[in-house]
Write a new protein. Sequence first.
Length: 181
Amino acid sequence: MTIHSILRMGDPRLLESASLVDPALITTSQVQALIDDLLETMYSVNGAGLAAPQIGINQQVVVFGFEKNLRYPLAESIPETILINPIITPLNDLQEEDWEGCLSVPGIRAKVPRFTQIRYQGLDRFGQRIDRTVEDFHARVVQHECDHLIGKLFPMRVKDFTHFGFTDILFPELSATPPAE
Ligand code: NI
């Protein structure tokens, strides 16, 4: 397993649409190694989630989940999830703005509107179907990670730039906890 460096906003690879993974290839060592690398890289920087394009792999694989997250201390826990070829369906029109950051946009936070209740489907690392209905922060994280698969970074979703700024100014208490973005 390898901890990868994470591409930062401005890198054109973050703007591409990722390719579907052939379900027959999920259990190959190549895809399994990608999944392990994503998990290890995410945990090494206390991320809530990470998408394959962020380590320069243009495939539809995201990982997310945590028990307790230093970057989002108030967030409810999310089970560790490997999600391949995801499809998101909002359950209604309700959206809410809340704070987000991104490992590819270090040091910045903004309030981003997201659907509050969604269904998401896809495949796990064994090629088994995932089909979940979730809300709030879990729904937010899934939408954020899946946005990476269509070349969207959270600043591109911001509507109100009065809630956009540097993490250490907005949340000085977070900068005391390593890694201080
Ligand atoms: Ni991100």
